[in-house]
Design a protein around this ligand. Structure first.
Ligand code: HEM
Length: 178
């Protein structure tokens, strides 16, 4: 594969920034100026799509860390895991987390006026989930430097955190027990 020049990389980054600007602008305009009765179910659908994508990454990344921990530093396998981890984080997980927050906060504000015990508990659980995401992102940066800080057993345990939080969040938002 040909290596891209600095100018090509700059053009690509500018294109990505332009697309992000248009997408965020369109979503912002929809949220602010759209008719709430039409916008609400669409925002909820987009929220659930973003959440599913985010969760897929949160459940898969620690599994990659388990295999990465057992790969010899510098080996072809270890280098492949680094690429997979960075792409999963940058292309799927980070945008999905941002969109989950934007649409979720819109629903919390417009539909529930930030009221309700279940909503406050859900927000706390989602803050914990976001903290888990940031810890995974930091760990992926450590792995990228061949800085292996934890055992495979540790990552097996960490794998359970997003699972437990997801179960709690879905029960809170659907059952709304308090
Ligand atoms: C990122 C921050 C988040 C915020 C601020 C947020 C907030 C909200 C709010 C206010 C609703 C509307 C509830 C209703 O109108 O009945 C909602 C819907 C929903 N949320 Fe979230 N949420 C977030 C993240 C998550 C996560 C991480 C999950 C799953 C793991 C999730 C799962 C859902 C589901 C399944 C619904 C649809 C519920 C229904 O239609 O009854 N949310 N969210």
């Amino acid at each position: 594969m040909e290596k891209q020049t600095g100018e090509q990389a700059g053009n690509k980054a500018a294109l990505r920034a332009g697309i992000a600007l248009v997408v965020f602008g369109a979503i912002g305009a929809l949220l602010v100026f759209g008719d709430p009765a039409t916008v609400y179910p669409w925002v909820k659908a987009l929220h659930v799509i973003a959440v599913i994508s985010w969760m897929a990454g949160l459940l898969y990344l620690p599994r990659l860390f388990i295999y990465h921990t057992d790969a010899a530093p510098g080996s072809e396998k270890a280098e492949t895991f680094k690429v997979m981890e960075q792409r999963l984080l940058k292309i799927i997980m980070r945008p999905a987390m941002i969109f989950s927050w934007i649409f979720g906060l819109y629903l919390a504000w417009k539909v529930h006026q930030f009221q309700g015990g279940w909503l406050h508990a859900k927000l706390l659980a989602v803050v914990l989930l976001s903290g888990t995401h940031e810890f995974f992102a930091k760990s992926a940066r450590d792995f990228a430097r061949d800085d292996i800080r934890h055992t495979a057993r540790f990552w097996r345990l960490m794998n359970e955190i997003p699972t437990v939080l997801m179960i709690v969040i879905v029960i809170l938002v659907i059952v709304q027990p308090f």
